[in-house]
Design a protein around this ligand. Sequence first.
Ligand code: GLU
Ligand code: ZN
Length: 295
Amino acid sequence: MNSSRYRGRFAPSPTGLLHAGSLCTAVGSYLEARARGGEWLLRMENLDPPREVAGAADAILRTLDAYGFEWDGEVVYQSRRHELYRQALEQLIASGHAYPCNCTRKEIAKTARRGLDGYVYPGHCRRRRPEEGGRAWRLRAAPGDTVVADRLQGPYRQNLTADIGDFVLLRADGFWAYQLAVVVDDAEQGVNDVVRGADLLVSTPRQVVVQQALGVATPGYCHLPVLVNAAGEKLSKQTLAPAVAAEDAVAALRLALSRLGHVPPEECGSLAELWQWARAHWSLARVPVGPVLAG
Ligand code: GLU
Ligand code: ZN
């Protein structure tokens, strides 16, 4: 992290409502920011209209508000920032980091092997020149190991070439890839520390190489444990995790804090008391590293 004031963020995707897992992430990133006297920004990652649920963005904001979160500045919507992503892609093309690709999923599946996050792109279009164009654009994966120093999970190492392959920046369907947008936004918003769910650790080396290719700073990283159900699956829309309700804020916040290793005393009976206690006692040293069972 650089020497300027701490700036963190919470960046939900409005593909569903807040559930116990995303609430934990919000609580952890908020408390880390406040405990360090920093700012906490809110960014709506609504770059994937086919997966977006109507009304979810507003519902997430209402829930956060009902739970007593106080964010700094205006909420940023990725859907209004296409121009920034386009400029970044142009820079990456000009510097030789990005190349066009016309391979279909089917073609890739024929020859590719599976890596850490789907198929490892076999590199078919690597020599394609920018002026030839393509529906998708990929970043050349950096050779060698990319290491992320995570404050909670410890050092995390990935060989991008072997484990991930050249990855997509602009998708063939015309939508921006999360890996590009998140880097552009964190840099543009001056975010110098990222606290989020451990399911995104696998993405972090990709984001670090995009940062290096764009010449922007790498923020600090801290990946919080994910909540899992009895079957060991991450709570998510796909695993039908129920939304957290505004009416249950006190109980749900208490539970979220407990899952993050901070069990509030019985006397804390209101949201204000819970937050006050949590801000005074927050310490990453108490947060469990591994998946937490949401039983
Ligand atoms: N929008 C992403 C999600 O909800 C989080 C992105 C991030 O925190 O970097 O999974
Ligand atoms: Zn290709």
